[in-house]
Write a protein that binds this ligand. Structure first.
Ligand code: GRF
Length: 193
């Protein structure tokens, strides 16, 4: 089975996914940001990657077309967004219906969008967490697969909270990806009987 990870930034989730799942699945990375640290991680981990440099395209649409072509060619079983900072166009989401997942660092539907950990911290909620969900055409709006709660303690700072959330992401995301792919397998086998 084949996983494509789309990531634009640091790539700590990408690294966690690779370390936990590289023995079971073929993993590839796509990034649109030539300066993203995730590319360095791919090189260090010896994972195939494709830079589709957003800045080299005349329009968002041209970039999206290129991305779409690449994704179709690769025929992934699952597309994993891990800090991907662009919005996928409708036709990509529709073509890969139920095959694209995202991780968001809050308990959706609270604190959608950017800087969710900071939004939650500044709002003063006592509990926040992470959400893994299918991607649809609404930002951070797709069907929820799973959530985990993180308690914000009195002594937490934004930094310690970020640390807790990222640690949990690195544990949970590979597990959920593995589970989805195993269930796909079971469904496929059943369909043959
Ligand atoms: C994570 O917090 C994830 O929830 C959000 O973007 C961040 C990516 O971090 N969607 P990294 O690039 O994996 O380190």
């Amino acid at each position: 089975k084949r996983i494509i990870v789309l990531a634009s930034g640091n790539g700590s989730n990408f690294e966690a996914i690779v370390k936990k799942l590289r023995n079971k699945y073929k993993i590839k990375l796509i990034s649109e940001n030539k300066n993203a640290y995730v590319l360095q991680r791919a090189i260090k981990l010896d994972i195939d990657y494709e830079l589709i440099n957003y800045k080299l395209y005349k329009s968002r649409e041209e970039y999206n077309q290129k991305l779409f072509e690449y994704l179709k060619r690769e025929e992934p079983d699952l597309i994993v967004l891990a800090g991907y900072m662009k919005i996928l166009p409708e036709y990509i989401v529709e073509h890969f219906e139920n095959q694209i997942i995202n991780i968001h660092p809050s308990l959706l539907p609270a604190f959608k969008g950017l800087n969710a950990i900071k939004q939650a911290f500044e709002y003063g909620v006592k509990y926040t967490g992470i959400t893994i969900h299918y991607v649809n055409n609404e930002l951070d709006g797709g069907k929820i697969i799973t959530q985990e709660v993180v308690k914000i303690e009195r002594e937490d700072t934004l930094e310690t909270l970020e640390e807790k959330i990222h640690k949990l992401e690195h544990k949970l995301y590979p597990k959920v990806i593995d589970k989805i792919l195993r269930l796909q397998e079971v469904a496929y086998e059943k369909s043959l009987n």
